[in-house]
Design a protein around this ligand. Structure first.
Ligand code: OOB
Length: 549
């Protein structure tokens, strides 16, 4: 196990000087900062509504004023510029005011997702050498004040806790106050603005140092690709702390454009649909399982969803059958988004041909995103063949913060990030994701793509959602198991196998086993967790065989 260092390593941008100079010269890095653009919008659009959440509606001027109050209040509480602060808030207006307040004060937010618990939060707080923790009193039945107490017991350096809502023995965000004149000048645009968390498909999250310059470039360019302008209304349905609703184009893109951000307290149709109707939402980002849920609910909803122009789906593979369902069921433009908190984001473009929108995960934001598709030995594959995706570019980090062992694994000597994704690159640079390396099924040497089989299963009218994973097998090494959430007329396992067979596939691709379930386990942002599904199977397998390890 890799121990983060005991004294805090410097928080620095991770690009070599020559690359940084190139990105500045190309006009990607323009020397903008978070406080700089927020101040400018407050001056330009003072009375326009910036943020809507719960009963709160904040104008751009009010957002800027709240940020000043909170930043100065954190100084009054003893924090100093450059210190790191773990923020664990749901989709409440304070998420935006607190984060903007931290930026104004030169403090560095470290984003935890609301679903994270002591193990994850303590790990990120320790790795970041955090001095403060800011959370809600409670959300979804969980009391974050007790998490705060447990954190402080483990980490004496975490001296300050600030709570949104009933603060108990801690400071309340509403009570923070201080002298705005104590706030520092705007930061260096190339300094680290915040630490984002890695998707963490394996193990604990890693910390991703994003700079003002690189992050602002990513959402400024995303705004253009996603058609976000001052008249847009962007709905944050996924957890606001995740990179997708934060910057692709996300609520930061919307604020940069002078548009309106609406925060949905939950991702489901019950929370989101009334807000779409009331606020005339134009754009939203969803993960695939959620998109299917929205399609189902849209069929019978009484809420007017006609303002929606673009529904973005990303975070995990949206197979073609699901993409068709989204386009038909929500009646608006689909945009596929294939991104990662480490940087690279790909979009299908709003004017792309339907085959590209349905069948690919888009192409990179930037002409200077460098993409390599390589075999297991690191050599480029033939054009159009599947291989490992490596990337570097003007908004992709060159190293995690304070994690040398992870850096040795995740980055090449030339500074490329090993994404862990298997892709095919089509002409024009469009990428088709074939899954995570390690998620395919190796059945007696025959490699099966889980996504390919899921796509065939989803074409069946009785299948609401499907997830295919491997299962250990004494003879084959691995065999395949399809987890199915059914819909409509009852379907039998034998019928589904016959359906897949009938679609003209090699026999080895027909799922060996089919398990009907009510729901899949999901990750903190709502992606289907194949790891959890595999664990369910492994438990059952060990019970059947009586194995103990
Ligand atoms: C987004 O970011 P993370 O950091 O939570 O997860 C990144 C990983 C990727 O490496 C890939 O394995 C998977 O999530 N992924 C997709 C995908 N989008 C992400 N796999 C297949 N198809 C897609 N469209 O998930 C994220 C960050 C910014 C924007 C969008 C998503």
């Amino acid at each position: 196990m890799n121990e983060p260092s005991r004294t805090r390593p410097p928080l620095r941008q991770t690009w070599p000087a020559a690359m940084a100079a190139r990105y500045r010269a190309a006009g990607y890095w323009r020397g903008e900062t978070f406080p700089g653009f927020l101040r400018a919008r407050a001056a330009q659009h003072a009375d326009d509504i910036a943020v809507v959440g719960g009963q709160v509606r904040l104008s751009y001027a009010q957002l800027w004023a709240q940020a000043g109050r909170i930043g100065a209040g954190l100084f009054a509480a003893g924090l100093l510029p450059g210190q790191t602060v773990v923020v664990q808030l749901g989709n409440v207006p304070e998420f935006v005011t607190v984060v903007c307040g931290l930026f104004r004060a030169g403090l560095v937010p470290v984003f935890a997702l609301p679903a994270h618990r002591l193990t994850e939060v303590a790990h990120v707080a320790r790795t970041a050498h955090a001095r403060a923790y800011i959370a809600a009193a409670g959300q979804d039945g969980f009391d974050y004040r007790s998490l705060a107490r447990a954190l402080q017991a483990q980490l004496p350096a975490l001296a300050t806790v600030v709570i949104v809502g009933e603060a108990a023995e801690f400071l309340a965000v509403a009570d923070l106050d201080g002298e705005v004149a104590t706030l520092p000048p705007d930061p260096d645009p190339q300094s680290v603005a915040f630490l984002q968390l890695s998707g963490g498909s394996t193990g604990l999250p890693k910390l991703i140092p994003r700079t003002h310059d690189d992050y602002i470039y990513s959402f400024r360019a995303s705004n253009e690709i996603c058609g976000i302008g001052r008249d847009s209304v962007y709905l944050v349905a996924l957890p606001a702390a995740h990179n997708f609703p934060m910057s692709s184009p996300g609520f930061f893109g919307a604020l940069y454009a002078g548009a309106r951000v609406v925060l949905s307290p939950g991702p489901g149709p019950d929370s989101a649909f009334p807000l779409i109707a009331r606020e005339a939402v134009t754009c939203v980002g969803l993960v695939p399982p959620l998109a299917l849920l929205w399609v189902q609910a849209a069929a019978t909803t009484t809420h007017d969803l006609s303002s929606l122009q673009v529904v973005q789906v990303g975070g995990a593979k949206l197979v073609p059958e699901a993409a068709r369902r989204v386009i038909e069921g929500l009646g608006c433009q689909l945009q596929q988004v294939f991104g990662m908190a480490e940087g690279l984001v790909n979009y299908t473009r709003l004017h792309d041909r339907p085959e590209l929108v349905i069948g690919t995960q888009g192409r990179p934001i930037s002409p200077d995103d460098e993409v390599l598709v390589v075999d297991d030995l690191g050599n480029p594959v033939a054009p159009g063949s599947t291989g490992h995706l490596l990337t570097r570019g003007p908004y992709t980090i060159g190293a995690y913060y304070n994690d040398p062992a992870a850096n040795a694994r995740a980055f090449t000597e030339d500074g490329y990030y090993r994404t862990g994704d298997m892709v095919q690159q089509l002409p024009g640079g469009y990428l088709v994701v074939q899954g995570r390396a390690g998620d395919h099924i190796n059945r007696a040497g025959e490699k099966i793509s889980a996504e390919e089989i899921e796509d065939h299963l989803l074409a069946h009218p009785g299948v609401f959602d499907a997830a295919v994973v491997s299962l250990p097998d004494a003879y084959l090494g691995e065999r395949s198991c399809a987890f199915i959430i059914a819909q409509g007329e009852p379907t039998q396992a034998a019928g589904l196998k016959a359906w897949v067979r009938g679609r003209g596939l090699a026999a080895f691709k027909v799922p060996d086993q089919i398990v009907f379930v009510d729901a899949f386990g999901t990750t903190a942002v709502g992606k289907v967790s194949r790891r959890e599904l595999r664990a369910r199977l492994r438990e059952g397998f060990m019970q059947q065989t009586g194995e103990t390890r």
